[in-house]
Unconditional design. Sequence first.
Length: 225
Amino acid sequence: MLWDLIDQHPLDTLAFLVFLSFTIGYHMLYNYLVRRRPELIFKGKINLIRRAWVQKIFDENTGIVGVQTLRNINMAASFLATASVVLIGGLISLLLNLESTQHLFIGPGTGQVRDWLLAIKLLTLIVLFAASLFYFSLCVRLLNHVGMLLGAPPEAIRQATGYDATDFVYNLYAIAGRHYTFGMRSFYFLIPAVLWFLGPTPCILATVSVGFILMKLDFGTARFK
């Protein structure tokens, strides 16, 4: 079945491979650079500033300022996670409400899926929304921990974890930021996934365009004018 699908839809197969290359392959490289070579990527440089910010919060004992700063990120992540849940529910409803949509998926009188390509496209959307929900939920969880720890005595954090308070809180904050980034990237790549329903060519063009924009954001330099 798989080889028949590839043979019948070569351009769609190419579109799917290009899509996977940018969504999975590129972000595996991105994750490696953030962890191992932060000086090469903009996110890594921002993480260094985050550590200095956490250190300043502890030095000046201004945890309330840190909590207020994190609140806006927390609210945005919560809103986007809720949006993902709603949209996942809508897609699952489309798949399960066969009384009105079964002609799109099930062949008449056969009981078998008639268009596997359409099913793959819908499944791709569900996976992207599920990924965004997962990442934003983890981001909210970690930001709640960071907000609480910023108001705790550094000595208590060191005794409980065995790590320097600044390093421990910064690592949680950096991981939360990485989850937020991946959650946003899931939304960005919804653009080519949706355009895939119009054909493989729009999907390929949109995937490459989004990919190059993200590379510019990741490896470019911020300019303030």
